[in-house]
Design a protein around this ligand. Structure first.
Ligand SMILES: Nc1ncnc2c1ncn2[C@@H]1O[C@H](COP(=O)(O)OP(=O)(O)OP(=O)(O)O)[C@@H](O)[C@H]1O
Ligand SMILES: [Mg+2]
Length: 324
């Protein structure tokens, strides 16, 4: 008889976990519900830096596959790839991308280097804090190299093209490793891609609409916009679907960029690619989420619903992609 046991692998949480860290529990619960509807028996396994323990447990459970939801280990996002690495080492099939893609896409500066080398557009990053490396007429945004979920991003991260301002930001934020890239005014799109037997499919494209933002307030999805339901930013940012009918050419351009990005990074199962489109209509890739949040309040789920897919069917496509 076929082994129908599936391990849902998540990171063990730190004692004082914030909302962004706790979100993995919602995802696990949601994924387990869908897997059970598909007839699988699920077992949740928490992973930490004790790899021997996770290895022994996986060997004992002998799952048909692992649904990998690990986002960090001991709150350190630089360790995200250890889950796929361990699963590759054990030859256990698992959902989502492999360790190499996970490592590269979780490191924003490395991702940008690869995008640049492939000729895909991404905002220019500053390599040196020398005056001639920075354009005084431009705005820049400070971004954590490794963080996700808008951790470490707020209005104060938008800086003028001035080495002193950038230096001062670094001095005040030494707890996280930051890099700087050109700030793209304009529109934002968070585009979900779903894998499966017939290859990747770009799901309906939502634009993030910034409502009631005062002119001087940066239009960004910072930490409060993402997680603090009582904040102005959370309450005044909404998803708007329909680009495929209102702006056919732009939607197609974005779709093609997402498919090229999927191929370039060897993505698998599911992904979300965040882009901006500047005032001249040029798209810019901000970042790639190789394991986007699956929770019902997040963008990936919203896109699957707009496409008219039932969630267990979406999960089935993510699972199919393991053996694709
Ligand atoms: N170069 C840029 N120009 C303009 N806005 C930007 C730029 N980079 C990031 N942002 C804003 O900051 C937000 C968060 O940035 P980004 O998506 O790169 O980080 P993240 O923490 O990985 O996000 P996520 O929450 O999607 O995982 C973006 O959604 C966007 O609003
Ligand atoms: Mg993002």
């Amino acid at each position: 008889m076929k082994n129908q046991k599936v391990v849902v692998l998540i990171n063990a949480l730190s004692p004082n976990a914030d909302k962004d860290e706790l979100d993995v529990l919602d995802q696990a619960l949601f994924a387990e519900g869908a897997l059970e509807q598909l007839g699988y028996q699920t077992e949740r396994l928490f992973m930490n830096l004790n790899l021997e323990k996770t290895k022994a447990k996986l060997k004992q459970l002998k799952p048909l596959f692992v649904f990998n939801l690990v986002e960090s280990l001991e709150k350190d996002a630089t360790l995200i790839h250890l889950a796929p690495s361990l699963l590759e080492h054990l030859s256990i099939p698992f959902t989502g991308c492999g360790s190499e893609s996970m490592f590269i896409t979780s490191n924003k500066t490395l991702t940008k280097k690869m995008l640049e080398a492939a000729g895909l557009p991404t905002p220019k990053q500053i390599y040196q804090l020398k005056p001639n490396g920075i354009d005084a007429d431009k705005l820049y945004i400070a971004k954590p190299i490794w963080e996700d979920a808008s951790v470490g991003i707020s209005d104060e991260n938008i800086l003028p093209g001035n080495p002193n301002a950038i230096q001062a930001f670094l001095e005040n934020h030494s707890n996280i490793e930051y890099f700087f890239e050109e700030f793209i005014e304009g529109r934002e799109f968070n585009i979900s891609v779903l894998g499966g037997k017939s290859g990747p499919e770009v799901l309906p494209i939502p634009e993030i609409i910034f409502e009631n933002f005062p002119a001087e307030k940066p239009k960004i999805i910072g930490y409060t916009a993402k997680w603090d339901e009582s904040s102005f930013e959370y309450q005044n940012t909404n998803r708007l679907f329909g680009l495929e009918t209102t702006e056919v050419e732009l939607a197609e351009k974005l779709r093609q960029i997402c498919l090229q990005t999927w191929d370039l990074f060897g993505l698998k199962g599911y992904a979300r690619i965040d882009l901006r489109v500047d005032e001249n209509g040029n798209p810019w890739i901000l970042e790639i989420n190789a394991n986007p949040c699956l929770s019902p309040d997040a963008g990936f789920y919203a896109a699957t619903q707009k496409a008219g897919y039932l969630f267990p069917a979406v999960m089935n496509r993510i699972i199919e992609d393991i053996w694709n």
